[in-house]
Ligand binder design. Structure first.
Ligand SMILES: *Cc1c(COP(=O)(O)O)cnc(C)c1O
Length: 488
C-alpha cells in the first residue's frame, strides 16, 4: 500500500507540538496586511508524524535491513561503534576555524589516519580532503597534470582508460582537460597489452586503472602494464574503489602506482548512498607529494621531554591548491573510518579482504552452473555474470527486479559495459554462509521460474510499494514534488 502524504493525513485542530516558554522577549506582529490569513501546514499528532516517516523509511532498502550485493559499491555492514565515536563531543562540537592549540586531538587523529592510509597503501603521502572517490580522482588527475607541467612536458594530452573502467574515470580525466583513449580488455579480462603498447608514446599523461578491475579480476600483467606506461613517461593512477580485495595483501604503492584514491565509505565502513557523507582521501608516491592539496596535517613542533608534538597545517611546495572547504569530511568520514581501522588492526584488515574474496568465490561457484560467467577465473571480491538464459527473453533487469520480491537488493546491472546483461555481485565479508546460500538458492529458483513462469519475472517486482517503473520516463520526467497545496 502507498502511504498517503502527510497533507492527506492532516486533520484540522490536531497538533503535535507544545511550544516551550519563550526565552526571548515577545515581539509585536507586523501590520495585518503583511500577514497571511492562513498557512496550509499539515495538522497531526506526534504519533501520526512518527508513523508516517517510519512508513516512508521502510520504502528504502538498507544494509541494516538486508543483503545488499551491489557490485563495485562495497555495501558492507557499518559497525555501530563508528556512530558512537563520531559523535564524541570533542569531534562533534569543534569548528574548523578554531586555533590549532584547541583541537590537537582532532589533528592527531587526522595525522594518524594519513599515516595509516600510507601504510595500508604503500604511498609516501596522503591528503584527506576529497569528498568522495570521484573527487579524489579529480584531485589525483590534477596532480598528474601539475607534475608534467612542472617538467615543461606540455605535449602529454592522453589519458589511457580500460574499457572496464567506472564512468567517473573518463569524466575526471575530461574535466582536467585530457583526452581519453579507451584500452580494450583481452580474453581473460586483463588490459590488452598489444593495444596498450600501440598507444604508449610521449603524449601519454598516464593511465587510470582499477585493480582488481570491475570484473573482479586482478590483472595478471599488472607489472607489465605499469612498466609500459612508466616506460613512455606516463603516470599510473589506481582507482582504489576495489581496495576491499587487497587489504594487508597487496599495496598499490609497492606495485608501482603513483597515485590512488581511497573510498573510505566503501572499504572502511562509512555509510553511503543516502547515509553519506563519502570521503575520498588520495595517496601519492614521493614524486607527486609536493603537489598535494593544501593543507595537510603535519607535526609543526616535535615532541620533547615535557611536551607532546604540536600538530598543525602544512602546505606542500607545489600544491595544486585547495580541493575542499576546510579539511574534508572529518567527523562523518574520517573518524568513522579511523574507528574501523583501529578496531580491526593490521591482521583484522587482512581477514576482511580474505573473507570478501572467499565469499565472492563461494557465490560464483554456486551460481556458475546456472548463470554464464564470461571471464571465468578465480575472482577477487566480486564477479560479473550474465543475467540471461538461452531461449528466453529474460534480461538482467528482470532478474534484478525479481530479486526484490525475495527481499534482496539487486546487484549492480549493465556495468561493466563489456559484459552482456551484466549482473555484478559483491557480497562483502560481512555476510554469513546462510545469507549467501539463501541468495544463491533464490537466483537458482529465478532461473527455474524463467522456464516455468517467465511472466512473473518480466512483471516484477510484485511486493514493493511501487511496481515496475518506466526507468527512462522516471529519469526524463522527474517529479520531485508529488503534492502541492490547493490554490487558496
Ligand atoms: C564507486 C566507484 C568510483 C567512484 O567513487 P565515489 O566515491 O562514488 O565517487 C570510482 N570507481 C569505481 C570502480 C567505483 O566503484
Amino acid at each position: 500500500m502507498i502511504e498517503p502524504t502527510i497533507f492527506e493525513l492532516s486533520s484540522p485542530g490536531r497538533t503535535g507540538v507544545t511550544f516551550p516558554q519563550a526565552d526571548v522577549p515577545a515581539f509585536d506582529l507586523p501590520e495585518a496586511d503583511l500577514l497571511r490569513g492562513d498557512l496550509p501546514l499539515p495538522e497531526l499528532a506526534e504519533v501520526d508524524v512518527v508513523r508516517h516517516y517510519m512508513a516512508l523509511s521502510k520504502y528504502n532498502y538498507s544494509v541494516d535491513g538486508g543483503f545488499y550485493p551491489l557490485g563495485s559499491c562495497t555495501m558492507k555492514y557499518n559497525p555501530k561503534i563508528n556512530e558512537d565515536t563520531c559523535r564524541l563531543p570533542g569531534f562533534l562540537h569543534t569548528h574548523p576555524l578554531q586555533p590549532i592549540e584547541t583541537v590537537q586531538g582532532n589533528l592527531a587523529l587526522m595525522f594518524e589516519m594519513q599515516e595509516w592510509l600510507k601504510e595500508i597503501s604503500g604511498f609516501a603521502a596522503v591528503t584527506l580532503q576529497p569528498a568522495a572517490g570521484a573527487h579524489g580522482e579529480f584531485t589525483g588527475v590534477l596532480m598528474m597534470r601539475a607534475y608534467h607541467q612542472s617538467r615543461g612536458d606540455a605535449k602529454r594530452v592522453k589519458m589511457l582508460i580500460p574499457d572496464a573502467a567506472h564512468g567517473t574515470n573518463p569524466a575526471s580525466s575530461g574535466l582536467v582537460g585530457f583526452s581519453v583513449v579507451t584500452i580494450p580488455s583481452d580474453a581473460r579480462g586483463n588490459v590488452d597489452l598489444d593495444a596498450l603498447k600501440a598507444q604508449c608514446d610521449d603524449t601519454v599523461a598516464g593511465m587510470m586503472l582499477t585493480n582488481p578491475n570491475t570484473l573482479g579480476l586482478f590483472d595478471e600483467h599488472i607489472e607489465k602494464v605499469i612498466g609500459l606506461v612508466h616506460g613512455c613517461g606516463g603516470l599510473m593512477y589506481a582507482d582504489g574503489a576495489n581496495l576491499n580485495a587487497l587489504l594487508g595483501i597487496v599495496r598499490p604503492g609497492d606495485l608501482g602506482f603513483d597515485v590512488m584514491h581511497f573510498n573510505l565509505h566503501k572499504t572502511f565502513a562509512v555509510p553511503h548512498g543516502g547515509g553519506g557523507p563519502g570521503s575520498g582521501p588520495v595517496g601519492v608516491a614521493e614524486k607527486l607529494a609536493d603537489f598535494l592539496p593544501t593543507p595537510l596535517v603535519g607535526i609543526i613542533e616535535e615532541a620533547d621531554d615535557e611536551n607532546p608534538p604540536l600538530y598543525g597545517f602544512v602546505t606542500p611546495k607545489h600544491t595544486i591548491g585547495r580541493m575542499k572547504a576546510f579539511h574534508g569530511h572529518f567527523g562523518g568520514g574520517v573518524v568513522r573510518a579511523y574507528t574501523y581501522i583501529a578496531m580491526h588492526g593490521g591482521e583484522g584488515l587482512k581477514d576482511i579482504s580474505q573473507y570478501a574474496v572467499l565469499n565472492a568465490n563461494y557465490l560464483k561457484a554456486r551460481l556458475e552452473k546456472t548463470y554464464r560467467v564470461p571471464f571465468d577465473r578465480t575472482c577477487m571480491h566480486e564477479f560479473v555474470m550474465e543475467g540471461r538464459f538461452e531461449g528466453t527473453d529474460i534480461r538482467a533487469l528482470d532478474i534484478a527486479k525479481r530479486l526484490m520480491d525475495y527481499d534482496f537488493h539487486p546487484p549492480t546491472n549493465y556495468f561493466p559495459l563489456i559484459v552482456h546483461e551484466a549482473l555484478m555481485i559483491e557480497p562483502t565479508e560481512t555476510e554469513n554462509k546462510d545469507t549467501l546460500d539463501r541468495f544463491a538458492d533464490t537466483l537458482i529458483a529465478i532461473a527455474e521460474e524463467a522456464k516455468t513462469n517467465p511472466e512473473i519475472i518480466k512483471t516484477a517486482p510484485h511486493s514493493t510499494p511501487f511496481g515496475r517503473m518506466d526507468e527512462v520516463k522516471a529519469a526524463k520526467e522527474l517529479v520531485l514534488c508529488c503534492w502541492l497545496p490547493e490554490e487558496q
